[in-house]
Design a protein around this ligand. Structure first.
Ligand code: ATP
Ligand code: MG
Length: 456
């Protein structure tokens, strides 16, 4: 197997050799080269300590950014490229799954370093200068078998040391389309409660990756995203990080519309949606309120409102940024809009003018995913198609999509109707906006003036 490394990396490797050490590429770069998958970043490693590496780079004129020097990591910038260098380590961890090593001991060889990494396929080392491959844990064999397995023979020690590795396990299986080795899977089940000790940010970032697993290497969503979510459920990770969803497990629903119980339907919906994070988060939580609605009302009416509350709480807890949280929660709240496709066209137009193009398209996308996720097939969804047609017509007719796009101002309205400043002016402006949503040809100064007369 030919490894291709940047010339910049060769320069660095020669400098490392002058210090009597060898520079290796490790992790995703090696794994993905062997698999023929896209390479997203290059992680490098050697016996040089962060201080030694920093000294060496500064002398050579490379910029170094410390990145958790406690863990032996520094980011090295050469030209427009950057590499994460980690010193060989042999960690020892305390109790709990919080990934706080009690002591970080630097070590001298990849053979030692490999056993503090998580999975064998991630613990392959390629020498930058010679291209030689070092495989202390049997990663090559596992790549051939398409298997994720922990580096140590006792998987519990690895998974206990950092609870996040349970999510990483599901994520790599999902992204790569690999199976999980039996003992590794059993240990993950046992260790899943340790995920409770992991910071919200780390959990959030892994969850994002699982939701977007198909986008990583182009596997079909059913084989990646759906599998990742199912694995999280089977392993017990869902109960810890998203108990709201775990509650949907086994909740049945009308076979008239649904092939799946609630949780399976949710997973199907996510994997039927386009690979866009906000949309997938909305799909993930759109029916989370069903168990609570059922308990409260004896049926699932109003679950959209409860789901919105739940999704906001989840986004807050997992520290999602405000924009993503707001857009996804908005979609969750509206996902039942015009469910039967019987909304009158003027009603659609008024709503769409208010919501704007992006939200209408997102709503059409979640509707499609929801219906497809109910039957498990990529069926045509009439409501979504109708909405897109109506939206297209509105755009073609230059319909205003906000009050600011009206061809008159509040001042004009006051003048036309001889009214003093008051909230009434705002109401009239809104009425004109709604009028033009349906009759965009009236969005001219003259027509607006005429129309406003009846509104005094
Ligand atoms: P990707 O292609 O997604 O970057 P990767 O395997 O390179 O995948 P990184 O998160 O970049 O993943 O980490 C680089 C390497 O560092 C991993 O391959 C693994 O050996 C090690 N590693 C990263 N995070 C952990 C962890 N939480 N526990 C153990 N080893 C880890
Ligand atoms: Mg990487």
């Amino acid at each position: 197997m030919e490894f291709k490394f940047d010339p910049e990396l060769n320069t660095l490797a020669r400098l490392v050799r002058e210090r009597g050490c060898e520079l290796f590429v490790v992790g995703g770069h090696v794994r993905n080269t062997l698999l023929g998958f896209r390479i997203s970043d290059t992680d490098i490693t050697s016996a040089l300590t962060p201080d030694e590496m920093t000294g060496l780079c500064e002398k050579a004129g490379f910029k170094v950014v410390p990145k958790g020097a406690d863990f032996g990591m520094v980011e090295i910038h050469i030209g427009d490229k950057s590499y994460e260098h980690t010193t060989f380590r042999a960690d020892s961890y305390g109790e709990g799954g919080s990934h706080r090593p009690q002591s970080v001991a630097f070590s001298k060889t990849p053979e030692e370093d490999a056993f503090r990494r998580d999975f064998t396929v991630n613990a392959l080392y390629a020498s930058v200068l010679t291209g030689e491959l070092i495989d202390p844990t049997g990663g090559l064999g596992d790549i051939e078998k398409r298997l994720i397995r922990t580096t140590t023979p006792d998987p519990e020690t690895i998974l206990k040391d950092d609870g996040l590795r349970i999510m990483r396990l599901c994520r790599f299986a999902a992204e790569l389309g690999f199976d999980i080795e039996e003992k590794t899977f059993a240990a993950a089940k046992k260790c899943a409660p340790l995920l409770a000790d992991i910071s919200a940010e780390r959990v959030r970032d892994e969850l994002k990756k699982i939701l977007m697993a198909d986008a990583k290497y182009g596997l079909p969503a059913q084989e990646s995203v759906l599998r990742g979510l199912e694995l999280m459920d089977e392993v017990g990770a869902l109960d810890v990080i998203l108990p709201e969803l775990a509650r949907c497990r086994g909740v049945g629903q009308s076979p008239k519309y649904h092939k799946y119980p609630v949780l399976e339907h949710i997973f199907q919906t996510v994997s039927m949606s386009e690979p866009e994070l906000t949309l997938r988060l909305a799909c993930l939580l759109h029916d989370a309120g069903k168990p609570a609605a059922l308990e409260k009302n004896g049926n699932m009416h109003g679950h959209d409102v409860i789901s919105e509350d739940i999704s906001r709480e989840v986004f807050r807890r997992l520290r999602f940024d405000n924009d993503t949280a707001e857009e996804a929660a908005w979609l969750v709240r509206r996902h039942m809009f015009d469910l039967d496709g019987r909304a009158k066209e003027p009603t659609l137009k008024k709503r769409f003018a208010e919501w704007g193009e992006a939200r209408v398209n997102a709503l059409a996308a979640i509707r499609e995913a929801d219906f497809r996720g109910s039957v498990g097939e990529r069926i045509t969804v009439k409501t979504a198609e109708r909405w897109r047609r109506v939206l297209g017509e509105m755009k073609a007719k230059r319909t205003p999509f906000s009050e600011n796009e009206l061809n008159c101002t509040g001042r004009d309205i006051m003048e036309w109707l001889s009214l003093p400043p008051s909230p009434r002016i705002g109401e009239i402006k809104r009425a004109l906006f709604m009028h033009c949503a349906v009759r965009p040809q009236d969005n001219t100064y003259e027509k607006l003036r005429e129309t406003s007369r009846d509104m005094k």
